[in-house]
Design a protein around this ligand. Sequence first.
Ligand code: G3P
Ligand code: CA
Length: 243
Amino acid sequence: MEKGRETKVWAHRGASGYRPENTMEAFELAIRQGADGIELDVHTSADGQLIVIHDETVDRVTDGTGLVGEKTLKALKELKVSTSAEPEGIYRIPTLQEVLDLMRTTDMMVNIELKNSICFYPGMEEKVLKAVKEMKMEEQLIYSSFNHYSLLKMKQLDSQVQTGILFSDGWVNPAMYAKKLGINAVHPAVYHLKYPQFREEVKRAGLKMHVWTADKPEHIQLVKEAGAEAVITDYPDRAIALV
Ligand code: G3P
Ligand code: CA
């Protein structure tokens, strides 16, 4: 995992500044660019498969419409992921299994974000843990979510898993909150680094800090100076050059 950087570089939805987000091509490029990890988003299909896509619906990123959770894997695989990015090509929505198959060939971290704050996907936590366990990839994984109940469930199912709370700006001492819940890391938006005492609070709680989504040089610099363990970025090559 160690590539000698104090602040690791995790590719947000893959190298999504250059390839359609959450596609195999975006993850492959993150590997080629030398990222230390990837971040991805997971939902569940109508037939219970773990699907890597950001939104609850397929509308924004594909040529289809409707909820991910109401489509079968077969129907999801028929959709074309739309792209304005080069190179042109046919991009498809991957399953979590496909991404794990790829990442197992690396020593990179995989940050699975459980996208279950709006659609709850009963049983998703068990399925994700099972998939990772079967691949023997436990050491490479950290789980994050805006649904903190889901992170608690992950911990209940396996106390060894690494977890990080996602939150938006304006929270009072989210580090203390996370620590009390037995969570391992805070995953703040980059703007949260400017809140008074936040960095101190994280330090005091002894938690790790993985910051999203830092694409501008000044934001990447801010994350580095804050002493974060990882910067989550759409442009891993840019961040690597800066950290
Ligand atoms: O995990 C960090 C970040 O991805 C959370 O927000 O909306 O990009 O999934 P979002
Ligand atoms: Ca995400």
